[in-house]
Ligand binder design. Structure first.
Ligand code: NAD
Length: 475
């Protein structure tokens, strides 16, 4: 078994109390890594290292060009280790290797390159004033960042936090999800190799409540917390961080609405709708898990959608032909399959899909649903889509907006006026029209309602990861 230790102040270390836990490969259901289980005392060690590196070390004081050079080296190292890192994520959580290698790894390297360059080229403001004064802004690093990441895109979502935090001159303690610690542990080693100074980037493994995670969110030495995970975890972190008045950025759950109008290009709409819900076996915050189809094309759309869902290939996630891997853990498999029972109990009909052997779930399509059913209201986070017909734009928009979440929505229509009108009416952080998952790291990313607090990406990340200071000088 692989041995995974914390990275604190540039050293790989065990937990102070020697505790460990196992990371299980969901494809064969066997433990494959033994991981240091961090306590609040281990979190404290890591925060102290990050604190010293911020207060006394070179990193926050380097020029943007110098920091960019280090982060570009790290991006190059990620590229050079693509095969290895992709396999680590696939073994840890069961996502198909084509996804981890083809999508998550390039994006992980891009996260570092983008923010390395962004902080070099972004402009500051100067304000013309009537009096003889010169007034301008400085954007300075905030301090020690606690980055708490989920298991569904292990390396990609960790780098989405770590890259901007480091680029803007902060120091970091990352706590990866307990289900998927291995690629983030490697990231720590590669960061040292790239020349990130000891203590600037630390990785503490383990669980949230009362252990490593909470040790970070309650620590007086932590200035800001960037968290991606469930909305209820966000609530707990917000309470824990309140006494310290920490700066918070939360990317949380979703229940994405996907509106297919009768005037849509159905080939495209079916294709994107399949990808929107079944990519990564539906374990995607942005999943299009509520599918609303306008009545005139409902039957045709549904028939084509079901045919495509049934053709998807379940299998070994390391096999490049596999489209649907196992769910990430037994606990998660129980949660997702529990919703299939809940749907049946509530009177919905499972048109296709359901449990498969091991921790796999077939692409599942649920119909005869109404808005009050739990399958329509709660985040299932698996390959399960609830489909309903709607009549006209007003009803479609009302159904889409009838949710506590608001991370993203999709609209399929060939009518350009409708596209813009509906995009404006939907309460969601990202609206994709005739597409899904197209991202540019300059754009704001985050959610309305229970889906998030704050935005990240480009200037939004700068706002979060820096202190804006006004300097006023008499001329
Ligand atoms: P989770 O909330 O269970 O865990 C996320 C992280 O929080 C883990 O590292 C966990 O150890 C830590 N944690 C848990 N309790 C904590 C506590 N009390 N204090 C500090 N840390 C704590 O989420 P998950 O199951 O790993 O991920 C799935 C969830 O993440 C889904 O709800 C999904 O929608 C969401 N997600 C959102 C986005 C987004 O961008 N909005 C992206 C991916 C996933």
């Amino acid at each position: 078994m692989r041995q995974i230790r914390h990275l604190i102040d540039g050293e790989l270390v065990d937990s102070l109390d020697g505790a460990t836990f196992e990371s299980v490969n969901p494809a064969d259901q066997t433990p494959w890594a033994r991981v240091a289980r961090g306590s609040t005392a281990d979190a404290d060690r890591a925060v102290q290292a990050a604190r010293r590196a911020f207060d006394e070390g070179p990193w926050p004081r380097m020029s943007p060009d110098e920091r960019a050079a280090v982060l570009h080296r790290l991006a190059d190292l990620i590229d050079a280790h693509t095969d290895e890192l992709a396999e680590l994520d696939t073994r840890d959580m069961g996502k198909p290797i084509t996804q981890s290698k083809g999508k998550d790894l390039p994006r992980s390297a891009h996260n570092f390159r983008f923010f390395a360059d962004y902080q070099r080229f972004v402009e500051d403001e100067s304000f013309p004033v009537a009096t003889p004064h010169h007034m301008y802004t400085r954007y300075e690093p905030v301090g020690v960042t606690a980055a708490i990441s989920p298991w569904n895109f292990p390396l990609m979502l960790a780098t989405w936090k770590v890259a901007p935090a480091l680029a803007f001159g902060n120091t970091v303690v990352l706590k990866p999800a307990e289900q998927t610690p291995v690629s983030c542990a490697r990231l720590g080693e590669l960061a040292l190799e790239a020349g990130v100074p000891p203590g600037v980037f630390n990785v503490v493994h383990g669980f949230g409540p009362r252990e490593a995670g909470e040790g970070l969110t309650t620590h007086p030495g932590v200035d800001l917390v960037t968290f991606t995970g469930e909305s209820n975890t966000g609530r707990a972190i917000m309470r824990a961080a309140a006494d310290g008045l920490k700066r918070l950025s939360f990317e949380m759950g979703g229940k994405g609405a996907n509106l297919v109008f009768a005037d849509a290009d159905l080939d495209k709409a079916v294709d994107w709708s399949i990808r929107a819900i079944f990519t990564n076996a539906g374990q995607v915050c942005l999943a299009g898990s509520r599918l609303y189809v306008e009545r005139p094309v409902y039957d045709e759309f549904l028939a084509r959608f079901v045919e495509r869902a049934e053709a998807m290939r379940l299998g070994d996630p390391l096999d490049p032909a596999t489209e649907i891997g196992p769910l990430a853990s037994e606990e998660h498999w129980r949660k997702v399959t529990g919703y299939l029972d809940i749907a049946a109990d509530e009177g919905a009909k499972i048109l296709t899909g359901g449990r498969a052997d091991g921790w796999w779930v077939r692409p599942t399509v649920v119909v005869d649903v109404d808005q009050q059913m739990r399958v329509c209201r709660e985040e299932i986070f698996g390959p399960v889509v609830a489909v309903q017909p709607f009549e006209g734009e007003d009803e479609g928009v009302a159904l889409a907006n009838d949710t506590p979440y608001g991370l993203n929505a999709m609209v399929f229509t060939e009518n350009v006026r409708r596209a813009h009108r509906v995009a404006g009416r939907l309460r969601a952080g990202t609206v994709w029209v005739n597409c899904f998952f197209v991202r540019d790291l300059r754009a704001p990313f985050g959610g309305f309602g229970d889906s998030g607090i704050g935005r990240e990406g480009g200037k939004y990340s700068r706002e979060f990861f820096t202190e804006a200071k006004a300097v006023v000088m008499e001329l």
